[in-house]
Design a protein around this ligand. Structure first.
Ligand SMILES: Cc1ncc(COP(=O)(O)O)c(C=O)c1O
Length: 395
């Protein structure tokens, strides 16, 4: 017994300072890299972005990496490069951040949700199979929390129906599945370098692919759909040709300088995240009504989130759990309100509550506990003590 009441019920908070569920970790040498970046010739997209792309491509084991301004814009580019458009259906998970589905909606295509496998919390291949139609053009699975989706099962369905697969790997950078890095699986994968993610560039994202044609399209779309070296204009060597509607999704050399420097610490980050997860797993294995995240099979994931599920036996419901953690200055969060609950998807595509029972029952209990590389042992202990204290209070 911890012997004290949780702060939510009148006791002292476990800690005075807020501990967020995620946070960046920036070293002095990384700050220096940013300063050097801003002193370079290009402070927009230049050679440092290229170097960052090459390092990520090497690390993932793909031929092409195209850096963008965010995971969201990377998903948009991937959807466009895949050719998604009006009348097309793209199958994705409802248990994700909104940007996953926007890889379809930005392109005028319809996001078709399929239910999840409640163990992995990622798209269930059988549910995907049930949602395919003659209009299905693609699948966008998401590696929830960094836990790999059923890659094999989903690729089999893509083969059966000739579908383009875009892996939303925004949570999973640095992970390994079946001996190969997350991101190498066809056709494209997308990473996010938002501050809470596995490495950061402030804001930033990347699409990786082995497909040269897709890579070429992605590069052009990122930068105005412009061909800077058009053939047939020998008398106008300055000529630039616009061949469609592109974007300015150019990330800067300043951000890439930070990204490059962060890559040097990727393994350190992974190890620290793993240590925290191991401490949580051990501390919570005996807590009734608290389901710890699934054990990975055939994978060495890099986890972005530590999402538990609070069940009836815990003693209080999820809302009270969240409020109690907040009262203890622990910034827990819920990932995610299922997409089919949101007015946009209901009004635009006719979704309603009750359609995806596995997603809904997992969502009922989900809470992400703090997990990031800057957490020290005391931070980890604070989370463990707060959870134990709350559970014992209700015992
Ligand atoms: C699963 C998932 N997809 C896409 C995104 C979008 O990434 P970004 O914030 O870099 O635009 C996020 C980030 O929050 C995410 O969690």
């Amino acid at each position: 017994m911890t012997g004290e009441e949780p702060a939510f019920y009148g006791g002292e908070p476990i800690r005075d300072e807020l501990l967020g569920y995620g946070s960046q970790s920036i070293s002095e040498s990384e700050k220096q890299a940013v300063v050097e970046g801003i002193e370079g010739d290009y402070i927009t997209r230049g050679p440092t972005v290229e170097a960052f792309e090459e390092r990520v491509a090497d690390l993932v084991g793909v031929d092409h990496a195209i850096a963008t301004t965010s995971g969201t814009t990377a998903l948009h580019l991937a959807g466009r490069a895949a050719g998604f458009g009006l009348g097309d259906e793209v199958i994705t998970t409802p248990l994700t951040f909104v940007s996953t589905a926007h890889a379809a909606t930005y392109c005028g295509a319809t996001p078709v949700f399929a239910d999840i496998d409640p163990h992995r919390r990622t798209l269930d291949p059988e549910a995907v199979r049930g949602q395919t139609s003659p209009d299905t053009e693609g699948i966008i699975p998401m590696h929830y929390a960094g836990h790999p989706a059923d890659i094999e099962g989903l690729l089999n369905i893509a083969d059966e129906h000739d579908l383009t697969v875009i892996w939303d790997a925004c949570h999973a950078f640095g992970g390994i599945w079946n001996g190969e890095p997350i991101g190498v699986q066809r056709d494209m994968a997308v990473f996010s370098f938002h501050p809470v993610k596995n490495i950061t560039t402030g804001e930033g994202g990347m699409v990786v692919t082995d497909n040269e044609e897709l890579a070429e399209r992605l590069r052009r779309l990122r930068s105005f759909e412009m061909d800077y070296n058009p053939e047939g204009h020998d008398n106008e060597p300055w000529y630039q040709v616009v061949e469609g509607v592109g974007y300015n999704y150019n990330i800067t050399d300043i951000q890439a300088a930070l990204g490059l420097a962060q890559l040097d610490r990727l393994e350190t980050f992974k190890t620290r995240r793993y240590e925290i997860i191991s401490a949580y797993d051990e501390a919570f294995s005996e807590v009734l009504g608290l389901r710890t995240p699934p054990e990975p099979t055939n994978a060495d994931p890099m986890y972005h989130l530590y999402a538990v599920e609070i069940g009836e036996e815990f003693g209080c419901d999820r809302k009270e759990f969240v409020n109690a953690m907040h009262a203890d200055n622990l910034g827990v969060q819920v990932h995610y309100v299922p997409l089919h609950y949101h007015p946009y998807f209901q009004e635009e595509f006719g979704y309603e509550r009750g359609q995806f029972p596995q997603t809904e029952s997992v969502y009922e209990g989900l809470v992400s506990l703090p997990l990031h590389a800057e957490m020290d042992d005391q931070d980890v202990e604070d989370v463990i003590t707060a959870v134990h204290r709350l559970h014992e209070y209700h015992a």
